[in-house]
Design a protein around this ligand. Structure first.
Ligand code: PNS
Length: 163
């Protein structure tokens, strides 16, 4: 069984993430969405539990997709799944340097681990979780940026953050 691991901070999951996850689910036997619990990001908007709940809601229609949490190195997490491949989205040239560095460091830790990139759908090349957080902060329309099922939750969280 070939497994794709789609890693990320998912703060929150966007339609761009979901596009990559569902395309990977058509190519691989199984997709494990891996939520980094200790991602090197200063102030996450959502708790790990909230990220997992949102992800599980939006991947529910896809029987070969599951959601896991990882508290350690991604390259070590990948060892749990024999022959697993990391699958990530590539939005623009600006993603390349970071992703190239991540692949090299992951291979230092786990030399057998390969990373494959799916080019972002043109509808989502501008999209990132940070854009969604900022839009939510200002009470802007989130439709078309994140899955419909989680919009109300994101709006409520942003509203509580605004006090
Ligand atoms: O959505 P992001 O923030 O681009 O995802 C980055 C992520 C979470 C995939 C990456 O930071 C990660 O894998 N973190 C886990 C720790 C790790 O393995 N770091 C690489 C070696 S320093």
């Amino acid at each position: 069984m070939r497994t794709a691991i789609c890693p990320g901070s998912f703060d929150p999951v966007t339609l761009g993430h979901l596009n990559i996850i569902t395309r990977a689910a058509q190519i691989f036997d199984r997709v494990v969405v891996c939520v980094a619990a200790n991602a090197n990001k200063p102030t996450p908007m959502f708790t790990v539990e909230e990220k997992i709940d949102m992800l599980r809601t939006v991947v529910a229609p896809y029987p070969n997709v599951s959601v896991e949490v990882n508290t350690g190195l991604l390259a070590e997490f990948a060892r749990r799944y024999e022959g697993a491949v990391l699958v990530k989205g590539m939005r623009a040239a600006s993603d390349f340097d970071y992703e190239f560095q991540m692949d090299l460091i992951n291979k230092r830790i786990n030399p057998a681990l390969e990373t494959m990139f799916l080019t972002a759908d043109q509808r989502y090349t501008f999209l990132s979780s940070s854009i969604v957080r900022e839009m939510a902060h200002y009470g802007a329309e989130l439709s078309g940026l994140v899955p419909e099922e989680i919009i109300a939750f994101i709006e409520a969280k942003a509203k509580s953050g605004r006090g």
